[in-house]
Design a protein around this ligand. Structure first.
Ligand SMILES: [Ca+2]
Length: 446
């Protein structure tokens, strides 16, 4: 055996031995991780172990921080599970951009929350191994999530990608009113100021916007400070008024990319129809007559909120949005209470329809390959699939300023004995997560 061969053999042996050492330490590291878990239930982490998990998420309305020092829901989840939640938070407006920068840089958190990921994003990060498959972890460690997915197979199918994996724990269960959430919020106070009726047709709507513009609708003596119709096309919860208005010309929905199915099962594009052309002419008329805010096409939802929260006189006539919170500060009851949700308008050919969005769940949690404790994450969020967990997420602690147990004899909206009483908590911040991340509201699902 010459020297060269010896050297090669030596290298091989040392490579092999380091491989064995590597395996051994991986195994012991894995065993150390397994050792922190309790058998099942809560707490998840055995006493005496420090487990910290990092999260990235955006702030929601009425939440200025998720840090456990200030947010009772985070504190409750930490106390319940024994997990330290290390939360990186950003404004809702910056959320997607900061997420993209974080992912591109490779220095991402263990868990991504409330990102409302698309299928293509899940497929992209899933195929790169950055988001890990969750279906087996759910089956093994999350009985409540698994039961919900079994009960709603459409939602399970929706979030199972072509490679057979689920890269998200979906939030399941919109409120009933969110099924038709392309709403036109319309200033009823201005209508009353001008002695006009609630518009029922597209022509009525045009006339009322024109009156808003020309007749000093807010009554402050300045005929030029009213913005008749605004919105935000590029961001925001249904702040784009096009789907609402187009549905007076042709039934259509932006959630299908304006693809419709005719009575013969044939797919067609709503935007290439004569009805859509009529809609465009109508929009053009609104625009040419100065009734549409030109900023509608470029401004962000935050700018819309500023317009609707204009200090001093109210200057916004109408906008679309999923709720009043998209254009007005909900703490300012005097302002948002001026607005009514306008029923669908009837178009010149008698079309009167609304966008309906059935709930297929939303991708609001993914676990990355940096996470050492995916089982802990899945077990933690399994709690939010219980009624108690949902209440903690949405309202916070029972008996706080937002929610309490109903008193004997109190009835709910359909006349049955009530379980809980919601309190007006407009001025209170940081009581809860305000439904950040996954949870389950089965009462609203068929
Ligand atoms: Ca005015």
């Amino acid at each position: 055996m010459n020297f060269k061969k010896l050297l090669t053999l030596g290298l091989c042996l040392s490579a092999l031995s380091s491989l064995f050492v590597g395996c051994g330490s991986d195994e012991s590291a894995q065993a150390a991780i397994e050792d922190v878990y309790t058998e099942s239930g809560y707490p998840i982490i055995k006493e005496g172990h420090d487990v910290s998990i990092s999260f990235f998420t955006g702030l929601r309305a009425s939440v200025t921080t998720y840090k456990s020092e200030s947010n009772p829901t985070t504190k409750h989840l930490e106390d319940l599970t024994g997990i330290k939640m290390d939360i990186t938070e950003t404004t809702n407006a910056d959320k997607k951009q900061k997420f993209n920068i974080m992912m591109t840089g490779g220095d991402y958190t263990d868990v991504i929350l409330d990102m409302w990921s698309s299928h293509s994003e899940l497929a992209l990060y899933g195929s790169q191994g950055i988001f890990i498959p969750l279906e087996d972890l759910i089956a093994e460690h999350a009985p409540n999530i698994q039961a919900a997915l079994d009960k709603h197979p459409v939602i399970k199918d929706t979030w199972t990608l072509e490679d057979g994996h689920m890269y998200t724990i979906p939030r399941i269960g919109n409120s009933t009113h969110s099924e038709v959430s392309n709403r036109m919020w319309f200033n009823k106070q201005w209508l009353d100021n001008l002695g006009l009726d609630v518009p029922e047709t597209t022509e009525d709507f045009y006339n009322v916007l024109k009156a808003f513009k020309e007749q000093d609708a807010n009554g402050n003596g300045d005929p030029n400070d009213e913005v008749p119709l605004s919105g935000a096309i590029t961001s925001g919860w249904n702040t784009n008024p096009i789907p609402y208005l187009a549905n007076a010309f042709i039934s259509c929905t932006n959630t299908s990319g304006y693809l419709n199915i005719d009575e013969n099962g044939k797919v067609y594009y709503a935007r290439s129809t004569d009805e859509w052309k009529e809609f465009l002419k109508y929009m053009n008329r609104l625009y040419e007559d100065g009734l549409i805010d030109p900023l509608l096409f470029t401004q962000t939802s935050d700018q819309l909120l500023k317009l609707g929260s204009h200090p001093g006189d109210v200057i916004l006539g109408a906008t679309t949005g999923g709720s009043v919170s998209v254009f007005a500060n909900t703490t300012n009851y005097e302002v948002w209470n001026q607005y009514m949700a306008l029923p669908p308008l009837e178009g010149p050919e008698g079309v009167c329809s609304a966008v309906r969005s059935p709930d297929y769940g939303s991708a609001v949690l993914s676990i990355t390959n940096k996470c050492l404790y995916p089982e802990a994450v899945v077990r933690l969020f399994d709690y939010l699939y219980t009624e108690e967990g949902l209440i903690w997420s949405q309202f916070g602690e029972m008996g706080n300023a937002a929610i309490q147990l109903a008193k004997e004899g109190e009835l709910n909206i359909i006349g049955e004995p009530a379980k809980y009483t919601r309190l007006p908590f407009d001025n209170v911040k940081d009581l809860s997560w305000n439904r950040m991340g996954p949870d389950y509201r089965p009462a609203f699902l068929p």
